[in-house]
Design a protein around this ligand. Structure first.
Ligand SMILES: O=C(O)CCC(=O)C(=O)O
Ligand SMILES: [Fe+2]
Length: 549
């Protein structure tokens, strides 16, 4: 990693190059780009508390426990590191309390990136830096103006703002730099290292104290939460979660004081983790451990073994003959070293099974889909604070779907045999399979090239998707085929037939086989109905119940 260089302009805020403060032994100064910035920094360092936009209804003394020396006069020239804890009284509005209008001449953006940071939500996410250094973009100009005014008349005992001097302080603190590089961090990233406290917005949304509540009770909850968060930011075991451990609602502490962490743990533990002291549960590995006994079902070679039994009747059982299995693509060389006959394509296994479901079973699945109602399909989106993932509606997938996840669907006399058949044919257990996804495509609808493998499942109790069995539930008038562009295979929908392919490699059955990228071609005429069965390497159903999928 790059070493901090005191003379290097790249280290400027927004300079584009990331320089974690890695000079362990030297307390370096942050070089500001221009003299005016240096002046402003100095002024900010003497801010008075008079700018504070909320009523101070309680003060909790928090001595700086990290390294008092960095906070003494002469250390950083700011005299103290402790600020009063601020809490917001109900109905007190930020703008109501500030007594003067913002004045443009006092608005300061230290860096041209301020506006970009602000547009990305940094005023709320990183207030310890943004409030002071990007006051124009954050709309905190009044605070900046008063700070500058107060700087000239700073009196002993005036409150010093709890701020960070560098935009990346919070990020560095999250990397453990407060411990690894205290010389720089405890002086320049006081807020991020929790050397000082300004308010509960250091752990997410600023906390409210409703009028009807017992103020002392809530203040004591906040106090405990701060002590807890100090640990979270210092101790290694929290390194994966400390960044996302934030109160997501202004009433988190109030609710915690009413016992909601126990009464309503599903919401509270994830959305009010500082108040409930449950940051560790934000780590999906902690919340969703892989229990002993929940082993992956395939070892290397099992994938080829399964498909050779299906297509070549390699075990001589004749079990699959009824489906008239046909390899549209397959590895040319068998496990025993012999050459596969009549092979259309050399590539991953893509196998067509005729008559996989009967006419009645297909019609029933379509009818259940219509009865339940189809919703716009979604892809896997970005990670949420609890480690699960958002559903992402996008142009890459325009179909509609519903899930067969209620007993009225999966216990239906015409559906249950299909679910059992999928497990039988793939030599897996029903528990390895996701609930059937029932799909409907209208003319023009499609699913662009994608892969069914989901990488973040690797460390999760459901394991990765290893197989897809896609069932065609009707004949499509025109279009709607399933295309595998890498081996160059297109499957035409035919009512009752199914196509089976792996998402993983035979030699490393937890790793993605990129060759089975595929797409649902646009339907040109008529409707297309289908069903996805995604089979996982571990117990999907148990993971689903625990919200660990
Ligand atoms: O509709 C198809 O043919 C394939 C659908 C598909 O690939 C999917 O839903 O993941
Ligand atoms: Fe797919």
């Amino acid at each position: 990693m790059a070493k901090r260089d005191d003379d290097d302009d790249d280290n400027e805020i927004g300079g584009g190059t990331v320089f974690p403060p890695l000079c362990r032994d030297v307390a370096t100064e942050h070089p500001m780009r221009e003299a005016t910035k240096l002046l402003l920094s100095l002024l900010f360092a003497f801010l008075s508390s008079s700018f504070l936009h909320v009523h101070i209804s309680g003060t909790v003394a928090h001595a700086a426990t990290v390294d008092e020396e960095t906070c003494t006069p002469g250390g950083d020239g700011d005299g103290t590191c402790a600020s009063p804890l601020l809490v917001v009284e109900e109905g007190v509005d930020v703008d109501d309390v500030d007594d003067e209008e913002d004045d443009d001449s006092n608005c300061i953006d230290d860096d041209e990136s301020c506006a970009i940071y602000a547009s990305q939500g940094a005023c709320l996410d990183n207030p310890g830096y943004m409030t002071y250094h990007c006051s124009r973009s954050c709309g905190t100009c009044d605070a900046a103006r008063k700070a500058i005014e107060a700087a000239e008349f700073v009196e002993e005992g005036d409150e010093i703002p709890c701020m960070d001097d560098h935009y990346q302080c919070l990020e560095w603190a999250g990397m453990g730099e407060c411990d690894a590089n205290p010389g720089y961090m405890l002086r320049k990233c006081k807020r991020a290292c929790l050397v000082c406290y300004e308010g509960t917005n250091q752990f997410g949304v600023e906390q409210r104290i409703p009028r009807e509540s017992h103020i002392e009770n809530i203040v004591s909850y906040i106090d405990r939460s701060i002590e807890y968060m100090k640990r979270v930011w210092r101790e290694k075991e929290f390194s994966r979660v400390r960044h996302k451990c934030r109160n997501q609602h202004e009433d988190c502490t109030y609710w915690a004081s009413l016992g909601e962490c126990d009464a309503n743990p599903k919401y509270m533990q994830l959305n009010c983790a500082p108040a409930c002291q449950t940051c560790d549960l934000l780590d999906i590995k902690h919340r969703c451990p892989i229990e002993p006994g929940n082993e992956v079902i395939w070892k290397p070679g099992d994938l080829n073994g399964l498909f050779e039994n299906i297509v070549d009747n390699a075990d001589g059982s004749g079990e699959y003959l009824h489906y008239n299995p046909k390899a549209l693509s397959r590895p040319q060389i068998r496990r025993d070293g012999t050459h596969a006959p009549n092979t259309e394509k050399d590539g991953p296994w893509i196998v067509l099974l005729d008559n996989f479901v009967s006419e009645e079973e297909a019609d029933r699945l379509v009818a259940i889909g219509k009865q339940q109602g189809y919703e716009r399909s979604a892809d896997v989106g970005k990670e949420k604070p609890d480690g699960s993932h958002e559903a992402l509606v996008s142009d890459s997938r325009t179909s509609h779907n519903t899930w067969c996840q209620e007993p009225s669907c999966y216990d239906d006399p015409l559906v249950k045999p299909v679910i059992d058949r999928i497990a039988n044919v793939t030599k897996t257990e029903v528990r390895n399979s996701e609930y059937l996804q029932l799909l409907q495509y209208e003319p023009g609808q499609y699913y662009k090239q994608h892969h069914d493998y989901i990488g973040h499942h690797l460390d999760m109790p459901c394991g990765v998707r290893i197989l897809t069995l896609f069932i065609y539930l009707n004949d499509v008038e025109e279009g709607g085929g399933t295309s595998f562009p890498i081996p160059g295979v297109v499957v035409t929908p035919k009512k009752g037939s199914a196509v089976l392919w792996p998402s993983v490699r035979d030699d490393e059955p937890e790793q993605k086989d990129w060759r089975t990228d595929h797409e649902a071609l646009p339907v040109i005429k008529g409707l297309k109905y289908g069903a996805n069965a995604w089979i996982h390497s571990r117990d999907f159903k148990a993971a689903f119940k625990r919200n660990c999928h």
